[in-house]
Design a protein around this ligand. Structure first.
Ligand code: SIN
Length: 422
Protein backbone atom coordinates (compact mmCIF):
# COMPACT_ATOMS: atom_id res chain seq x y z
CA UNK A 1 0.00 0.00 0.00
CA UNK A 2 1.37 3.35 -0.78
CA UNK A 3 0.43 6.61 0.74
CA UNK A 4 0.26 9.93 -0.92
CA UNK A 5 1.26 12.64 1.49
CA UNK A 6 -0.61 15.75 0.53
CA UNK A 7 -0.11 17.73 3.71
CA UNK A 8 3.38 18.87 2.69
CA UNK A 9 2.20 21.83 0.69
CA UNK A 10 4.31 23.82 -1.71
CA UNK A 11 5.58 26.85 0.12
CA UNK A 12 5.77 30.20 -1.61
CA UNK A 13 9.18 31.36 -2.75
CA UNK A 14 10.30 34.47 -0.90
CA UNK A 15 13.25 36.70 -1.60
CA UNK A 16 13.42 38.31 1.84
CA UNK A 17 11.45 36.06 4.16
CA UNK A 18 11.53 32.52 5.41
CA UNK A 19 8.40 30.77 6.55
CA UNK A 20 8.03 27.84 8.90
CA UNK A 21 4.47 26.51 8.95
CA UNK A 22 3.00 26.00 12.40
CA UNK A 23 0.24 23.51 11.66
CA UNK A 24 -1.26 21.70 8.70
CA UNK A 25 -4.13 24.18 8.64
CA UNK A 26 -2.78 27.69 9.04
CA UNK A 27 -0.08 29.81 10.62
CA UNK A 28 3.63 30.22 9.99
CA UNK A 29 6.54 31.73 11.84
CA UNK A 30 8.26 34.22 9.59
CA UNK A 31 11.86 35.37 9.78
CA UNK A 32 13.88 37.78 7.66
CA UNK A 33 12.14 41.06 8.49
CA UNK A 34 12.65 43.54 11.27
CA UNK A 35 9.17 45.03 11.65
CA UNK A 36 10.47 48.09 13.49
CA UNK A 37 12.24 49.22 10.30
CA UNK A 38 10.69 51.42 7.67
CA UNK A 39 10.23 48.40 5.41
CA UNK A 40 10.51 48.70 1.66
CA UNK A 41 7.42 47.98 -0.41
CA UNK A 42 8.76 44.66 -1.75
CA UNK A 43 9.20 43.37 1.82
CA UNK A 44 5.71 44.55 2.73
CA UNK A 45 4.39 42.79 -0.38
CA UNK A 46 6.08 39.55 0.71
CA UNK A 47 4.64 39.85 4.21
CA UNK A 48 1.20 40.34 2.69
CA UNK A 49 1.72 37.36 0.35
CA UNK A 50 2.70 35.27 3.40
CA UNK A 51 -0.44 36.48 5.15
CA UNK A 52 -2.66 35.41 2.26
CA UNK A 53 -0.91 32.05 2.16
CA UNK A 54 -0.78 31.23 5.88
CA UNK A 55 -3.69 33.42 7.14
CA UNK A 56 -1.83 34.20 10.37
CA UNK A 57 1.89 34.89 10.56
CA UNK A 58 4.14 35.25 13.57
CA UNK A 59 7.36 37.14 14.12
CA UNK A 60 9.70 36.73 17.10
CA UNK A 61 11.95 39.28 18.82
CA UNK A 62 10.38 42.37 17.31
CA UNK A 63 11.06 45.09 19.82
CA UNK A 64 9.36 48.24 18.56
CA UNK A 65 7.75 51.46 19.66
CA UNK A 66 4.09 52.34 19.23
CA UNK A 67 5.13 54.74 16.49
CA UNK A 68 6.87 51.92 14.61
CA UNK A 69 3.89 49.64 15.16
CA UNK A 70 1.67 52.30 13.65
CA UNK A 71 4.01 52.91 10.72
CA UNK A 72 3.94 49.19 9.93
CA UNK A 73 0.14 49.07 10.13
CA UNK A 74 -0.25 52.07 7.84
CA UNK A 75 1.72 50.29 5.16
CA UNK A 76 -1.11 47.75 5.01
CA UNK A 77 -4.03 50.13 5.22
CA UNK A 78 -6.15 52.43 7.33
CA UNK A 79 -6.28 51.82 11.10
CA UNK A 80 -9.58 51.89 12.90
CA UNK A 81 -10.28 54.56 15.50
CA UNK A 82 -11.23 54.12 19.17
CA UNK A 83 -13.73 51.34 19.81
CA UNK A 84 -14.89 49.53 22.91
CA UNK A 85 -11.40 48.60 24.07
CA UNK A 86 -9.15 51.12 25.88
CA UNK A 87 -6.49 52.80 23.77
CA UNK A 88 -2.78 53.37 24.24
CA UNK A 89 -2.26 56.94 25.44
CA UNK A 90 -1.54 59.23 22.52
CA UNK A 91 -2.49 56.52 20.00
CA UNK A 92 -6.26 56.35 19.57
CA UNK A 93 -5.86 53.68 16.91
CA UNK A 94 -3.85 51.29 19.10
CA UNK A 95 -5.93 49.04 21.34
CA UNK A 96 -4.57 48.45 24.80
CA UNK A 97 -5.05 44.85 25.84
CA UNK A 98 -3.90 44.89 29.40
CA UNK A 99 -4.91 41.78 31.21
CA UNK A 100 -4.45 40.83 34.76
CA UNK A 101 -6.75 38.67 36.74
CA UNK A 102 -9.34 41.44 36.92
CA UNK A 103 -9.40 42.34 33.28
CA UNK A 104 -10.96 39.82 31.03
CA UNK A 105 -10.61 41.23 27.54
CA UNK A 106 -8.97 38.54 25.48
CA UNK A 107 -9.62 36.20 28.36
CA UNK A 108 -13.31 35.53 28.45
CA UNK A 109 -13.69 36.49 24.82
CA UNK A 110 -14.84 33.53 22.79
CA UNK A 111 -13.70 32.67 19.27
CA UNK A 112 -14.27 35.62 16.97
CA UNK A 113 -13.00 37.54 14.02
CA UNK A 114 -12.20 41.16 14.85
CA UNK A 115 -15.09 43.59 14.49
CA UNK A 116 -17.47 41.12 12.87
CA UNK A 117 -20.15 43.02 14.81
CA UNK A 118 -19.76 45.99 12.42
CA UNK A 119 -20.89 46.22 8.80
CA UNK A 120 -17.24 46.71 7.81
CA UNK A 121 -15.20 44.38 10.04
CA UNK A 122 -11.40 44.61 10.19
CA UNK A 123 -9.46 43.18 7.27
CA UNK A 124 -6.36 42.38 9.30
CA UNK A 125 -4.95 42.92 12.77
CA UNK A 126 -1.41 43.41 14.03
CA UNK A 127 -0.96 42.33 17.63
CA UNK A 128 2.22 42.91 19.59
CA UNK A 129 2.98 41.06 22.79
CA UNK A 130 4.83 43.44 25.13
CA UNK A 131 4.75 41.63 28.45
CA UNK A 132 3.64 38.06 28.07
CA UNK A 133 3.15 35.33 30.64
CA UNK A 134 5.40 32.30 30.40
CA UNK A 135 3.56 29.03 30.06
CA UNK A 136 0.13 30.46 29.43
CA UNK A 137 -1.91 33.08 27.60
CA UNK A 138 -1.48 31.42 24.19
CA UNK A 139 -3.77 32.35 21.34
CA UNK A 140 -5.54 29.89 19.04
CA UNK A 141 -6.43 30.71 15.45
CA UNK A 142 -8.96 28.73 13.46
CA UNK A 143 -8.97 28.40 9.67
CA UNK A 144 -12.56 29.07 8.65
CA UNK A 145 -11.87 28.09 5.04
CA UNK A 146 -10.87 24.62 6.22
CA UNK A 147 -13.95 24.58 8.45
CA UNK A 148 -16.14 25.32 5.42
CA UNK A 149 -14.32 22.97 3.05
CA UNK A 150 -14.60 20.04 5.45
CA UNK A 151 -18.41 20.23 5.56
CA UNK A 152 -20.35 17.92 3.26
CA UNK A 153 -21.27 19.24 -0.14
CA UNK A 154 -25.06 19.34 0.55
CA UNK A 155 -24.40 21.24 3.79
CA UNK A 156 -22.14 23.76 2.04
CA UNK A 157 -24.81 24.28 -0.58
CA UNK A 158 -27.50 24.74 2.07
CA UNK A 159 -25.47 27.37 3.93
CA UNK A 160 -24.70 29.54 0.92
CA UNK A 161 -27.09 32.41 0.74
CA UNK A 162 -28.08 32.27 4.44
CA UNK A 163 -27.43 35.30 6.62
CA UNK A 164 -26.78 35.65 10.35
CA UNK A 165 -27.14 38.35 12.97
CA UNK A 166 -23.90 39.40 14.67
CA UNK A 167 -24.16 41.15 18.00
CA UNK A 168 -21.77 41.99 20.81
CA UNK A 169 -24.52 41.34 23.32
CA UNK A 170 -24.09 37.60 22.84
CA UNK A 171 -20.72 37.63 24.61
CA UNK A 172 -20.81 40.81 26.68
CA UNK A 173 -24.52 41.38 27.31
CA UNK A 174 -24.79 39.47 30.59
CA UNK A 175 -21.59 41.03 32.04
CA UNK A 176 -22.63 44.57 31.05
CA UNK A 177 -26.11 44.04 32.47
CA UNK A 178 -24.68 42.71 35.68
CA UNK A 179 -21.96 45.36 35.99
CA UNK A 180 -23.69 48.44 34.63
CA UNK A 181 -27.41 47.70 34.52
CA UNK A 182 -30.01 48.14 31.82
CA UNK A 183 -28.93 51.63 30.83
CA UNK A 184 -25.33 50.53 30.27
CA UNK A 185 -26.61 47.64 28.19
CA UNK A 186 -28.75 49.98 26.13
CA UNK A 187 -25.75 52.25 25.55
CA UNK A 188 -23.64 49.37 24.38
CA UNK A 189 -26.37 48.29 21.96
CA UNK A 190 -26.79 51.84 20.65
CA UNK A 191 -23.11 52.03 19.96
CA UNK A 192 -22.97 48.55 18.52
CA UNK A 193 -26.28 47.83 16.81
CA UNK A 194 -26.58 44.24 15.56
CA UNK A 195 -25.52 43.74 11.95
CA UNK A 196 -26.16 41.02 9.39
CA UNK A 197 -23.49 39.14 7.45
CA UNK A 198 -23.58 36.13 5.13
CA UNK A 199 -23.05 32.72 6.73
CA UNK A 200 -20.60 31.88 3.95
CA UNK A 201 -18.37 34.59 2.51
CA UNK A 202 -15.78 34.64 -0.23
CA UNK A 203 -12.32 36.05 0.33
CA UNK A 204 -12.05 39.09 -1.98
CA UNK A 205 -8.39 38.40 -2.80
CA UNK A 206 -7.98 34.61 -2.87
CA UNK A 207 -11.54 33.87 -4.00
CA UNK A 208 -11.87 31.07 -1.41
CA UNK A 209 -15.08 30.60 0.55
CA UNK A 210 -15.22 30.38 4.32
CA UNK A 211 -17.69 29.89 7.11
CA UNK A 212 -18.49 33.24 8.70
CA UNK A 213 -20.24 32.52 11.98
CA UNK A 214 -18.53 32.73 15.35
CA UNK A 215 -18.99 31.81 18.96
CA UNK A 216 -18.68 35.39 20.24
CA UNK A 217 -21.29 37.27 18.23
CA UNK A 218 -23.43 35.08 15.97
CA UNK A 219 -26.84 35.06 17.62
CA UNK A 220 -29.03 33.51 14.94
CA UNK A 221 -29.39 32.50 11.33
CA UNK A 222 -32.12 34.75 10.09
CA UNK A 223 -33.79 32.54 7.50
CA UNK A 224 -34.38 29.68 9.98
CA UNK A 225 -36.66 29.13 12.95
CA UNK A 226 -35.01 29.82 16.29
CA UNK A 227 -34.65 26.13 17.21
CA UNK A 228 -33.30 25.27 13.76
CA UNK A 229 -30.87 28.17 13.98
CA UNK A 230 -29.71 27.17 17.48
CA UNK A 231 -29.09 23.58 16.42
CA UNK A 232 -27.34 24.47 13.18
CA UNK A 233 -25.13 27.11 14.81
CA UNK A 234 -24.14 24.72 17.59
CA UNK A 235 -23.16 22.13 14.98
CA UNK A 236 -21.23 24.60 12.82
CA UNK A 237 -19.27 26.03 15.74
CA UNK A 238 -18.41 22.62 17.15
CA UNK A 239 -17.36 21.49 13.69
CA UNK A 240 -15.20 24.60 13.18
CA UNK A 241 -13.23 24.65 16.42
CA UNK A 242 -11.36 21.39 16.11
CA UNK A 243 -7.59 20.92 16.26
CA UNK A 244 -7.36 19.96 12.58
CA UNK A 245 -8.47 23.49 11.67
CA UNK A 246 -6.31 25.33 14.19
CA UNK A 247 -2.88 26.49 15.21
CA UNK A 248 -1.77 27.69 18.62
CA UNK A 249 0.81 30.36 19.25
CA UNK A 250 3.00 30.51 22.32
CA UNK A 251 3.80 34.16 22.89
CA UNK A 252 7.02 35.62 24.17
CA UNK A 253 7.77 39.28 24.88
CA UNK A 254 8.11 41.14 21.57
CA UNK A 255 6.32 38.51 19.48
CA UNK A 256 4.04 39.91 16.78
CA UNK A 257 1.05 38.22 15.14
CA UNK A 258 -0.55 39.48 11.95
CA UNK A 259 -3.75 37.81 10.84
CA UNK A 260 -6.36 37.94 8.14
CA UNK A 261 -9.77 38.47 9.71
CA UNK A 262 -11.60 37.56 6.52
CA UNK A 263 -10.90 33.85 6.82
CA UNK A 264 -9.81 33.16 10.40
CA UNK A 265 -11.07 33.38 13.95
CA UNK A 266 -9.05 33.51 17.12
CA UNK A 267 -9.32 33.22 20.84
CA UNK A 268 -6.95 34.18 23.67
CA UNK A 269 -6.67 31.54 26.35
CA UNK A 270 -7.40 32.70 29.86
CA UNK A 271 -5.12 30.38 31.79
CA UNK A 272 -2.47 32.81 32.99
CA UNK A 273 -3.90 34.27 36.18
CA UNK A 274 -2.36 35.81 38.25
CA UNK A 275 0.31 36.63 35.66
CA UNK A 276 0.17 39.87 33.73
CA UNK A 277 -0.31 40.12 29.96
CA UNK A 278 0.13 43.34 27.98
CA UNK A 279 -0.52 43.64 24.27
CA UNK A 280 -1.04 46.42 21.73
CA UNK A 281 -3.24 45.75 18.72
CA UNK A 282 -3.95 47.76 15.59
CA UNK A 283 -7.02 46.79 13.59
CA UNK A 284 -6.92 47.70 9.89
CA UNK A 285 -10.17 48.34 8.16
CA UNK A 286 -11.65 46.52 5.20
CA UNK A 287 -13.44 48.74 2.70
CA UNK A 288 -15.58 45.84 1.44
CA UNK A 289 -18.40 44.22 3.35
CA UNK A 290 -18.24 40.45 3.85
CA UNK A 291 -20.00 38.92 0.86
CA UNK A 292 -20.29 35.83 -1.32
CA UNK A 293 -19.72 38.18 -4.24
CA UNK A 294 -17.20 40.69 -2.91
CA UNK A 295 -16.54 42.18 -6.34
CA UNK A 296 -20.10 43.44 -6.40
CA UNK A 297 -19.79 45.23 -3.07
CA UNK A 298 -19.50 49.00 -3.26
CA UNK A 299 -16.26 50.21 -1.66
CA UNK A 300 -16.43 52.18 1.56
CA UNK A 301 -15.38 55.74 0.96
CA UNK A 302 -13.09 57.34 3.50
CA UNK A 303 -10.42 59.97 3.85
CA UNK A 304 -7.15 58.18 3.06
CA UNK A 305 -5.13 60.94 4.73
CA UNK A 306 -6.92 60.66 8.05
CA UNK A 307 -5.12 59.22 11.08
CA UNK A 308 -7.84 56.61 11.47
CA UNK A 309 -11.37 55.85 10.41
CA UNK A 310 -14.09 56.46 12.94
CA UNK A 311 -15.87 53.38 14.21
CA UNK A 312 -19.31 54.80 13.46
CA UNK A 313 -18.30 55.13 9.79
CA UNK A 314 -17.94 51.36 9.68
CA UNK A 315 -21.72 50.97 9.91
CA UNK A 316 -24.07 51.36 6.96
CA UNK A 317 -26.62 53.03 9.22
CA UNK A 318 -24.26 55.04 11.35
CA UNK A 319 -25.04 55.02 15.04
CA UNK A 320 -25.39 58.59 16.26
CA UNK A 321 -22.30 58.72 18.35
CA UNK A 322 -19.33 60.77 19.14
CA UNK A 323 -16.37 59.06 20.66
CA UNK A 324 -13.83 59.71 23.27
CA UNK A 325 -10.08 59.46 22.98
CA UNK A 326 -8.31 58.70 26.24
CA UNK A 327 -6.37 61.71 27.41
CA UNK A 328 -8.60 64.22 25.60
CA UNK A 329 -11.67 66.10 26.74
CA UNK A 330 -14.78 63.98 26.13
CA UNK A 331 -16.77 65.01 23.06
CA UNK A 332 -20.31 66.29 23.48
CA UNK A 333 -23.10 63.77 23.15
CA UNK A 334 -23.47 60.24 24.35
CA UNK A 335 -20.27 58.95 22.82
CA UNK A 336 -18.05 58.69 25.84
CA UNK A 337 -20.76 56.96 27.78
CA UNK A 338 -21.45 54.56 25.00
CA UNK A 339 -17.73 54.09 24.41
CA UNK A 340 -17.49 52.43 27.75
CA UNK A 341 -20.87 50.77 27.59
CA UNK A 342 -21.38 52.36 30.96
CA UNK A 343 -23.70 55.29 30.51
CA UNK A 344 -25.85 54.52 33.51
CA UNK A 345 -26.52 57.19 36.07
CA UNK A 346 -25.20 55.20 39.00
CA UNK A 347 -26.60 55.49 42.49
CA UNK A 348 -24.37 57.71 44.58
CA UNK A 349 -24.88 55.67 47.70
CA UNK A 350 -22.07 53.20 47.84
CA UNK A 351 -24.07 51.00 50.21
CA UNK A 352 -26.56 50.48 47.40
CA UNK A 353 -24.11 47.99 45.98
CA UNK A 354 -23.47 44.88 47.92
CA UNK A 355 -19.79 44.04 47.87
CA UNK A 356 -19.00 40.42 47.56
CA UNK A 357 -16.30 39.82 50.25
CA UNK A 358 -14.60 37.33 47.92
CA UNK A 359 -14.27 40.05 45.28
CA UNK A 360 -12.70 42.42 47.79
CA UNK A 361 -10.29 39.74 49.00
CA UNK A 362 -9.28 38.99 45.45
CA UNK A 363 -8.58 42.66 44.84
CA UNK A 364 -6.50 42.98 47.95
CA UNK A 365 -4.52 39.87 47.17
CA UNK A 366 -3.45 41.33 43.86
CA UNK A 367 0.18 41.42 42.99
CA UNK A 368 0.41 45.22 43.19
CA UNK A 369 -0.17 45.16 46.92
CA UNK A 370 -2.78 47.92 46.59
CA UNK A 371 -5.42 48.10 49.29
CA UNK A 372 -8.95 48.43 47.97
CA UNK A 373 -11.40 49.66 50.56
CA UNK A 374 -15.00 48.35 50.51
CA UNK A 375 -16.08 51.72 49.07
CA UNK A 376 -13.59 51.43 46.24
CA UNK A 377 -14.59 47.85 45.55
CA UNK A 378 -18.26 48.86 45.43
CA UNK A 379 -17.46 51.57 42.90
CA UNK A 380 -15.34 49.20 40.92
CA UNK A 381 -18.22 46.77 40.68
CA UNK A 382 -20.27 49.43 38.94
CA UNK A 383 -17.75 49.57 36.14
CA UNK A 384 -18.47 46.92 33.50
CA UNK A 385 -16.21 43.93 33.91
CA UNK A 386 -14.41 44.52 30.66
CA UNK A 387 -13.20 47.94 31.87
CA UNK A 388 -12.30 47.02 35.41
CA UNK A 389 -8.72 46.19 34.57
CA UNK A 390 -8.14 49.65 33.13
CA UNK A 391 -9.81 51.24 36.16
CA UNK A 392 -7.67 49.22 38.55
CA UNK A 393 -4.55 50.19 36.66
CA UNK A 394 -5.51 53.88 36.88
CA UNK A 395 -6.14 53.57 40.60
CA UNK A 396 -2.86 51.83 41.26
CA UNK A 397 -0.82 54.28 39.18
CA UNK A 398 -2.40 57.33 40.79
CA UNK A 399 -2.42 56.01 44.33
CA UNK A 400 1.23 55.08 43.98
CA UNK A 401 1.95 58.64 42.87
CA UNK A 402 -0.03 60.05 45.77
CA UNK A 403 1.30 57.42 48.15
CA UNK A 404 -2.16 56.84 49.51
CA UNK A 405 -4.53 53.92 49.33
CA UNK A 406 -7.39 56.25 50.27
CA UNK A 407 -7.05 57.98 46.92
CA UNK A 408 -8.62 55.00 45.24
CA UNK A 409 -12.27 55.95 45.79
CA UNK A 410 -11.84 59.38 44.28
CA UNK A 411 -9.91 57.93 41.38
CA UNK A 412 -12.52 55.29 40.66
CA UNK A 413 -15.21 57.96 40.67
CA UNK A 414 -13.15 59.95 38.22
CA UNK A 415 -12.59 56.92 35.98
CA UNK A 416 -16.28 56.18 35.99
CA UNK A 417 -17.25 59.81 35.37
CA UNK A 418 -14.86 59.88 32.46
CA UNK A 419 -16.38 56.70 31.09
CA UNK A 420 -19.78 58.33 31.41
CA UNK A 421 -18.53 61.40 29.60
CA UNK A 422 -18.92 63.53 32.71
C1 SIN B 1 -8.00 39.23 20.60
O1 SIN B 1 -8.92 38.54 21.00
O2 SIN B 1 -8.21 40.12 19.76
C2 SIN B 1 -6.60 39.05 21.09
C3 SIN B 1 -6.20 37.64 21.28
C4 SIN B 1 -5.49 37.42 22.55
O3 SIN B 1 -5.64 38.20 23.50
O4 SIN B 1 -4.77 36.43 22.65
Amino acid sequence: MSYLFTSQRDLPEFRHLEAEPLSGALGATISGANLADDLAQDVIDEIYAALLEFKVIFFRDQEMTDEQHLRLARKFGMPQGPGSIPQVEGYPMIRLQRMDEYQTIGGDVNYHTDDIFRDYPSRMSILRGLTMPTGGGNTIWCDMEKAYASLSKPMRKFLEGLTAEQTLSKNFGPGILEGGGARAYEDMMKRNPPVVHPVVRRHPETGRKCLYVCQMTTSRILELNQDESDALLAMLLEHSYQPEHECRFFWRDNSVAIWDNRCTQHRGINDFSPAFRLMHRIPIIDDRRPSLNPDEEPRLEYDRNADFIRVEDLFVNKPELTYHVDGEEPAQGNGAAAESGNGAAQPEDEHAVEVDPGFLNKLNENRHGMVFTPGAAARLKKIPRMFRGAAISAVIAEAQKQGSAEANIAILDAVQAKRRGG
